[in-house]
Design a protein around this ligand. Structure first.
Ligand SMILES: Cc1cc2nc3c(=O)[nH]c(=O)nc-3n(C[C@H](O)[C@H](O)[C@H](O)COP(=O)(O)O)c2cc1C
Length: 286
């Protein structure tokens, strides 16, 4: 009897999975061409596409990076406003490090050099987290149950945390490989307090925050979808860990934080629930 039940359940998930795979690929096509309330948004009329320094024409100001990061770096900081879309430089799909080495060297790193990251690094980390790796079906770097893609990815940069960008909260759009300015300002102290004052959140030049829209997965898989979403954030977290190592950076997955405070920092995104904070910075070599 038990075997019968579990077979029936298995069939249900199999059928659900196949259905989701088909709808998932249709969905991802739709998502890539339409505005969606639950997820990544397309530029509004008021927002402008800001070309990165890699693509010339960027409006920028030359500044000396502030002392919060300790070092003095002269760089061009893009002039952006809330709602602007910043095109990221294309990711590299080859590096000098083999995946085995990255796995062998992976550790949770909680101490970082006081040195800003650049936009190319941010591009690479976001691509490893959720970038499109199959252009036709829009499948992504990390696996997703039924290709339902419940996760959203943000970057919280402190003042001088990213060479080319002002401090702020930025949201990743995998379909256009760009980030949208959600908020401007340095939220690192608030994020640190929300994460139970874990020092590495305050000290990292950037924090990647991953949220989930559970409904995207539970509407296909029911309650079991919750489990799938949690598995998926683990895949994304590991991709970020391994990509960070290959870039000479370090990170740590953080699960201990006040959900509501992190959600507020992100601008109260509807239906989204924060799952991971991942501070990223240059590793301190010992
Ligand atoms: C789900 C999860 C939650 C975690 N939360 C935290 C955290 O809040 N703060 C922290 O410093 N490390 C956190 N970690 C990192 C673990 O402490 C770390 O992975 C563990 O000590 C093993 O070390 P390693 O990652 O270097 O192998 C978390 C890891 C996981 C998988």
């Amino acid at each position: 009897m038990e075997i019968m039940v579990s077979r029936r359940k298995f069939l249900k998930y199999l059928i659900g999975g196949l259905a989701a795979l088909v709808t998932g690929s249709v969905l991802s096509k739709l998502l890539s061409t339409q505005d969606v309330s639950e997820g990544t948004e397309k530029p509004t009329e008021k927002s402008q596409e800001v070309m990165t320094t890699y693509q010339s024409q960027a409006t920028s100001t030359t500044i000396q990076t502030t002392s919060t990061m300790g070092t003095t770096v002269t760089s061009k900081v893009l002039s952006v406003k809330v709602g602007d879309i910043i095109k990221l430089p294309p990711p590299d799909i080859k590096s000098g490090m083999l995946v085995e080495e990255s796995i062998a060297r992976r550790r949770s790193i909680r101490e970082y050099l006081r040195k800003p990251l650049n936009l190319k690094m941010v591009s690479q980390l976001l691509w490893a987290a959720q970038g499109i790796t199959e252009p036709r079906l829009k499948f992504r770097a990390a696996p997703s149950a039924g290709a339902t893609y419940p996760l959203e990815v943000y970057v919280a940069s402190k003042e001088g945390g990213i060479e080319e960008l002002p401090a702020g909260i930025y949201k990743y759009d995998p379909y256009t490989h760009s980030i949208k300015v959600v908020k401007l300002g340095d939220f690192s102290v608030r994020l640190y307090e929300a994460a139970l004052k874990q020092r590495w959140v305050l000290e990292a030049p950037i924090n990647i925050v991953i949220t989930a829209v559970y409904e995207r997965t539970t509407r296909i898989y029911g309650e079991r979808g919750i489990r799938y979403v949690h598995m998926e954030v683990g895949h994304v977290g590991e991709n970020i860990y391994l990509q960070a190592i290959a870039l000479g950076l370090g990170t740590v997955a953080i699960g201990a934080f006040f959900d509501d405070k992190v959600w507020e920092i992100l601008g109260n995104p509807p239906n989204e629930h924060p799952l991971y904070i991942m501070p990223v910075g240059y590793r301190v070599r010992k």
